[in-house]
Design a binder for this molecule. Structure first.
Ligand SMILES: [Zn+2]
Length: 341
């Protein structure tokens, strides 16, 4: 793999048309039982192959075995009743019908370890696996048991730590926690959010990452972004805390966003995974677009600590669009690599 400017994706990729309906979040599976199990793993192998062919350095599962990045993990835990639903406001942005925590949450067995072992066998390149972060998990549930967002987050942090250790044992090199909620709930972020994240990542020898973004390119998110003003300074809340934390890598949104690039100075010393692909647009970036975004970050991050990815997951995009964007990412990083070496 390239040690300078390694490239990867944030997490999700579109699924093949035979597995679920394309260009849709929470798209239902088209297969069932054994066929579904085989289909998901075949899709994961394809996703690994496409990333590798595109020239990416670190391979993800493309979230091919999950319907949604938060709920699929929660579905495998005990203590959450998916038939008992309440409407809550998610990320303070849109209402959704969510399952209810009815008793203590526990993980009876590993959720993704077998999928990760399958990905490990599908490539010789380093692999990265994303899990939802504790704060983002509690924001997707109604809690009728703990009656405390903080207490539930700590329970999830413990469970995530068990899961992360199983993923590490399955050969995962980088474990990423997705915490878009860090861009919304600043008081909780400071009170316990970063501490809960560190608990989830405790004792791992795999590298740890946190992904904080402005969300998929869906309408609720683009409407919200339109209210955020000329400069998006939300990262100024989390970055100083993360700079002091045990987390190795911070993944953020940059390309086509209104995030002032100098905010990454707040992470100095950490590895920065800079979003150089817009996942809210079907327009394919040119390699030079990607190189320009990466170049703009160089005053604020040591070049050996700059990684790159998309701004967020690519699940809602058309498959060909996602593929071409991955190729642009790899080619763009190569332009800057040539300049720097
Ligand atoms: Zn994201």
């Amino acid at each position: 793999m390239n040690t300078l400017l390694p490239t990867t994706i944030v997490g999700s990729l579109p699924k093949p048309i035979w597995l679920s309906e394309p260009e849709k979040l929470w798209s239902p599976w088209k297969l069932h039982d054994e066929e579904l199990r085989d289909g998901k793993l075949d899709a994961q192998s394809l996703a690994a192959h496409e990333q590798s062919r595109a020239g990416l350095d670190i391979i993800s599962d493309g979230e091919q075995t999950r319907q949604h990045f938060v709920t699929t993990f929660i579905e495998h835990l005990d203590g959450v009743d998916f038939d008992r639903r309440e409407t809550v406001r998610i990320r303070d942005r849109y209402d959704a019908s969510v399952p209810t925590v009815v008793r203590a949450v526990t993980r009876e067995k590993p959720v993704f370890a077998a999928d990760a072992a399958h990905l490990r066998a599908a490539t010789d390149q380093p692999i990265k696996w994303a899990l939802p972060g504790p704060m983002t998990m509690i924001d997707t549930l109604y809690d009728a048991h703990y009656q405390s967002r903080e207490k539930l987050a700590w329970e999830f942090a413990t469970i995530l730590n068990q899961e992360a250790k199983d993923l590490e044992a399955a050969g995962v090199d980088i474990i990423q926690f997705d915490e878009p909620a860090f861009n919304v709930f600043f008081d909780e972020l400071k009170d316990w959010g970063v501490a809960a994240l560190e608990r989830a990542a405790e004792g791992l020898s795999a590298k740890t990452a946190v992904h904080i973004c402005y969300g998929y390119g869906i309408k609720a998110n683009t409407d919200w972004k339109a209210t955020l003003g000329a400069e998006w300074r939300q990262y100024e809340e989390s970055f100083p805390l993360l700079q002091q934390s045990s987390i190795d890598i911070v993944s953020l949104e940059s390309h086509n966003s209104r995030v002032p690039v100098e905010v990454i100075e707040l992470l100095r010393g950490k590895t920065v995974m800079l979003g150089a692909i817009d996942v809210a647009s079907d327009t394919i970036e040119t390699p030079e677009d990607v190189a320009t975004t990466l170049r703009s970050a160089l005053p604020y991050v040591d070049k050996d600590k700059l990684w790159t990815s998309g701004n967020c997951g690519m699940a809602p995009l058309a498959r060909g669009v996602a593929r071409d964007k991955m190729i642009a990412l790899a080619e763009g990083a190569e332009i800057l690599r040539a300049e720097l070496s």
